[in-house]
Every structure is written in structure tokens, then in C-alpha cells.
Ligand binder design. Sequence first.
Ligand SMILES: Nc1ncnc2c1ncn2[C@@H]1O[C@H](COP(=O)(O)OP(=O)(O)O)[C@@H](O)[C@H]1O
Ligand SMILES: [Mg+2]
Length: 233
Amino acid sequence: MLTIEALEAGYGQSRVLFGLSMVARAGEVVSLIGRNGMGKTTTVRAIMGMTRPTGGRISFGDHPLAGLAPHAIARLGLGLVPEGRRIFPSLTVEENLVATARTDTRNSNAWTLERVVALFPRLGERRRQSARTLSGGEQQMLAIGRALMTNPRLLILDEATEGLAPLIRAEIWRCLHQLKQAGQTIVVIDKNLGEMAALVDRHHIVEKGRVVWSGTPTELDSQANLAKRYLGI
Ligand SMILES: Nc1ncnc2c1ncn2[C@@H]1O[C@H](COP(=O)(O)OP(=O)(O)O)[C@@H](O)[C@H]1O
Ligand SMILES: [Mg+2]
């Protein structure tokens, strides 16, 4: 579904990605893991058209994404829960959810306001409140709900559980398991290897702008030197 080949990108003169390659097939949950500053968010920005690659190829299904604007990429069916959960603070919860919604008439299982509220009941209780009154965890649920309302074929989550209380984290992992069971293709970036072990089909370790290893959580577990060398644990 998503294929990245030899991606190069950076900011101004500073190069961040040096030939990064990865694949997410339909129905798979794959990760990008690795220490801070290795290029995970930059990869996401390149996929979404927010950072212009200087080399390599990204394709989504049959569509090359080169040169497409972010809104055009989103419209192809890529949904992002960005790092730092950027919701619209002055809009209500409901307004946030419908603001970028995209109905999917081909799919009777499409995400609607009702389904998102069923997934995250707290959002239903706070439907008419302005988003700025939500806790950090509730804002994160809102960011996930908003991405789902675009009915993405591929959902990308960049550090979605970062800085949240354990109970809220657990709720987000539960949500991701439900999405996986429903066949949602997901790219997840997170630091919690323990939680990801049960969710992810394939990890990609990112080191200095390249994928230096990929394999199943079981394979990662069996090679302690990998985690030590690339993840600092
Ligand atoms: N907007 C930016 N301008 C300049 N440099 C940036 C910007 N965003 C990130 N970087 C740099 O790019 C490198 C990779 O960052 P990033 O992709 O955010 O890593 P990760 O998500 O793996 O922590 C880091 O050295 C970071 O300082
Ligand atoms: Mg990041």
C-alpha cells in the first residue's frame, strides 16, 4: 500500500534522510522506531507532502506522491495523527471531528461521528465543549478521532501516546488493536516496545535517516544487541 524507496530529505542545508526505504502492505501494522532525531517525523512529513524530498520515491498504491500538496495526499486516503496533537483549540470537540471529515460512500463501515464517539466515549460526553478545555489525553483521542473521520486507507500515528497518563495510554493501545482487527493499515511511531509487540507485524529501526533493520517483534526480542545498539535500551 505504501512503498518508500531510497528517500532523501532534510531542512535547508541539513540532510536528515539518507536513502530510507520501507513498505507497509494493506492490513499491516508497521512501526518506525529509533532514538530521537533519527528522522522518523521527517519521514512522516515527507509522506504527507509537508517536507519536499530531495531524492527517492514514495508511492501509495499506484500513486506516486512526488509533488503532491498535503491536501491532495490526504485525499488519496492518508490520515495523520501528528506529533504534538495539533487540534483546533477554539472549535468544539464535534466541530474538530467534522472539520476535515471525508465520507466514504463505498464503505458501509465508514467512520462517522457516532462511531468515533463509541470508540472514545469521553469525546461524546464533551461533544459541545471547546477542545482547549480537554485534558492532554482527551486531546490525543480527539486527534485520533479526527484522523479516522477522514476514513484513511492508511493511518499514521507519530508518538500518539507520548506524555500521557498510563490509563489514557492503555485506552489508545486498545483503540489501535480494534483498528487493526478491523483491517486498518497503520504506521505507528512510538517508544513503547512492550505495547507494540502485541500490535505490530513488522518493526523498522531508523538510524541516521535510514532503515537499518526490519523484522517482527519476536525477532527484535531475540536480538538483544539490536535494542541496545539502536534504541538505547
Ligand atoms: N523543522 C526543522 N528544521 C530543521 N531541522 C529539523 C526540523 N525538524 C527536525 N529537524 C532535525 O532533523 C533531525 C531529525 O528529526 P526528526 O525527523 O524529528 O526525528 P525523530 O522524529 O526521529 O525524533 C533532527 O536532527 C532534528 O533536529
Ligand atoms: Mg519525531
